[in-house]
Design a binder for this molecule. Structure first.
Ligand code: GUN
Ligand code: FE
Length: 464
């Protein structure tokens, strides 16, 4: 457990990497990054070091001198992850979503009625994600209020910034893992009271109706009201598979789309976080944009459960708020580095598919980079854009003031060492700093994450 009085004032000297609104991957060499009381104080050139130290009454003990290959980057943000599903990670990937939920997921989650098991398992998840560089996560827990509080405790104790939700389910679910509407509402209120009275600087409660097939309209409507009254964020799943959409449309024949069902329940707003969003119509996208919702791309899960191909460029071009999520254990890993790579891979598939379609239609690519009908070719997600989605954009989807190193932001960061003894990276003398960052993003792993900082506190330190 990190000590509360941990020394949090630091000035990193060396290469600093982060995203801004205008630059998805800014690499600043010979830079200084000042952190005081957990917040970013300055990001400047090394030539201003003495002046900055004097100005902010920092002494030289604060200095952290990076080696030429090391760099500091923002912590990774997982906008959608199921803590209780760690035990089934990489298992049961033979079924599609709805069968997977009933066969593997609900029995695994039902175990969390047990206090000791839940304590151990939730700590395991938080330890694992923090170790992988996830400094902020939005967690789905289970329907159990008391053991969901243990997940809040795990995040708080181990030093991870987190949104935590007690899951609501009063409709399609097995007897052993279902609540009544009344219970679900009362337990949500109790959960919110408990978490808010705890006054954690790291944990925020999030209202978590699992998804429309497992929640009645009266329950969703009541949860929407509570969220509005108490100004609490909401997270749920939307439009993950075609079979799920058909189930929702059968349950709600009076509504024209899945999105419309959530809108009718009052669940859509600027603090709403929606996982997956793969099979959306243009009209649904317009609604989500007008409600200023955050959407989460869960590429690994979408592939693993064969849910669909999410076209993230389509949503980016429409200006939606977007982040990335592992969706562990729909996704088979807790690694946000893997999420970054999967999102780039899926977007490349969209580009290949689009080019093939154009070719089949006789629209050969022109030297001018335009198709014969004048439309620009598909632009796959760049690694730099994926990096911003996994840091700054994710922080914004989760309503947090971290994600980059602008002065005034909370300092959640990673010290990356591409040259640790057992490093998976192969570097060469002629590699530029851009090359090193690119190699880390494509091939680095936990071994390269030497230190993890949350709110300025060192919460993970790798010992070789
Ligand atoms: N939809 C409803 N519940 C879940 C879940 O646990 N995982 C995924 N991937 N989709 C869901
Ligand atoms: Fe999920």
């Amino acid at each position: 457990m990190p000590a509360k009085d941990d020394h949090t004032d630091r000035v990193f000297c060396g290469t600093i990497v982060h995203s801004t609104k205008s630059d998805p991957l800014e690499i600043r060499e010979n830079a200084i990054l000042g952190v005081k009381r957990g917040k970013v104080l300055f990001l400047d050139g090394k030539d201003r070091l003495q002046q900055r130290l004097r100005e902010h009454e920092l002494d030289t003990e604060c200095l952290v001198n990076l080696t030429p290959r090391q760099f500091v980057m923002p912590g990774l943000v997982d906008c959608h992850i199921h803590s209780p599903q760690l035990a089934i990670t990489a298992l049961g990937t033979d079924k599609g979503l709805l069968d997977w939920l009933t066969t593997y997921t609900y029995p695994a989650e039902a175990r969390f009625a047990d206090h000791d098991f839940a304590h151990q398992a939730h700590h395991k998840t938080v330890r694992r994600t923090l170790r992988g560089g996830t400094t902020l996560a939005s967690y789905y827990s289970t329907i159990h209020t008391d053991t969901t509080l243990l997940l809040c405790q795990a995040a708080d104790e181990l030093g991870q910034r987190a949104l935590v939700g007690k899951v609501n389910m009063d409709l399609i679910a097995p007897e052993f893992y279902r609540e009544t509407t009344q219970q679900s509402v009362a337990e949500t209120e109790r959960f919110l009271d408990e978490v808010l009275s705890y006054k954690s600087g790291l944990v925020t409660p999030v209202i978590t109706p699992r998804f429309a097939p497992s929640c009645t309209l009266p329950l969703m409507t009541k949860l929407g009201e509570i969220a509005k009254e108490r100004n609490i964020p909401i997270q749920t799943h939307l439009s993950e598979t075609v079979e799920e959409i058909e189930t929702v449309m059968k349950l709600h024949p009076g509504h024209q789309s899945y999105t419309e069902v959530y809108d009718a329940a009052g669940l859509l707003g600027p603090k709403t976080i929606l996982g997956h969003c793969i099979h959306l119509s243009d009209k649904e996208i317009d609604t989500l944009k007008s409600r200023d919702c955050g959407l989460v791309h869960c590429a690994c899960s979408n592939n693993t459960l064969r849910s669909g191909v999410m076209d993230i460029r389509r949503l980016m071009d429409r200006g939606l708020k977007l982040g990335l999520g592992t969706d562990m254990a729909g996704g088979y890993t807790t690694s946000m580095l893997a999420s970054i790579r999967h999102s780039v891979d899926v977007s490349n598939m969209c580009a290949i598919h689009s080019h093939n379609k154009q070719r089949q239609n006789g629209e050969h690519q022109q030297a001018s980079n335009h198709t014969t009908d004048g439309s620009p070719p598909y632009r796959p997600l760049t690694m730099a854009e994926a990096f911003r989605l996994a840091t700054l954009d994710g922080s914004s989807v989760l309503g947090q003031n971290c994600g980059n190193f602008e002065p005034g932001r909370e300092f959640d960061g990673l010290l990356i060492d591409p040259e640790v003894k057992d490093s998976p990276l192969d570097l060469f003398d002629f590699d530029t700093p851009d090359d090193v960052v690119q190699k880390f993003l494509y091939t680095g792993d936990d071994r390269n994450i030497s230190k993890v900082y949350v709110q300025g506190r060192e919460v993970v330190s790798r010992t070789e």
